[in-house]
Design a protein around this ligand. Structure first.
Ligand code: ZN
Length: 209
């Protein structure tokens, strides 16, 4: 376990060096599929050893935020004046973390949702995201009919649509969404497709470059 962790960290450092960000303050999290978001000025940059949370917010110009995903959505947020930016990890359980992030940005920096832009990166599509009926029902109740769908008699969730609804209802300035499904796209990492032993995590990075 320790060896795997050390190898993981050296792989990360090699990646950061290859991107010429090895000397930047890079923040990561122990992701726990929550709706908890933390500020970088209180969480430290100790490469994944931060307390369990699934979103990072910063106003530090030198910061680089990171989350890992393999079907869950990486969600990028930034203010119109580029002073504040955030990176979130959002799966079905953490859906709603976008609202928690908008609230925290408003509380700390006084920036309203109407001054926040969002980009949703690749994640699992409803084409492949079959779940138990109870979860489908819960999601439908919470986020409406368009956030779920049926595929080949399977009950499926549409994470992108749920987030689109939340963000547009909140009144954000702009939203771009990547529609590639991780499970359908062999070049992307998918837990659902490759299983616990075989899947590859993808790292999303967000900073000023
Ligand atoms: Zn798919």
């Amino acid at each position: 376990m320790t060896l795997a962790r050390e190898k993981d960290l050296s792989d990360r450092q090699n990646l950061f060096n290859s991107l010429a960000i090895g000397n930047r303050r890079i923040f990561s999290l122990t992701q726990v599929h929550s709706r908890d978001v933390v500020f970088t000025d209180v969480c430290g940059d100790d490469h994944g050893n931060n307390k369990g949370a699934d979103g990072l917010i910063t106003a530090e110009a030198n910061a680089v935020l990171s989350v890992t995903v393999a079907d869950c959505l990486p969600i990028f947020m930034w203010s119109s004046d580029y002073s504040v930016f955030a990176l979130l990890h959002s799966g079905w359980k953490g859906t709603g973390i976008v609202i928690a992030a908008l609230r925290k940005i408003r509380q700390k920096f006084g920036i309203e949702a109407s001054d926040i832009h969002c980009f949703i990166g690749p994640g699992i599509g409803d084409c492949c995201y079959a779940v138990p009926k109870e979860r489908y029902d819960l999601f439908r109740k919470e986020y409406g009919d368009t956030a779920v769908s049926m595929h080949d008699s399977h009950f499926c969730l549409n994470l992108r649509e749920a987030n689109r609804l939340l963000l547009e209802t909140a009144g954000i300035a702009s939203l771009q969404i990547v529609n590639n499904c991780t499970c359908c796209s062999p070049q992307l990492g998918s837990y659902r497709r490759d299983g616990k032993e075989g899947f590859h995590n993808m790292m999303a990075l967000f900073g000023r470059f």
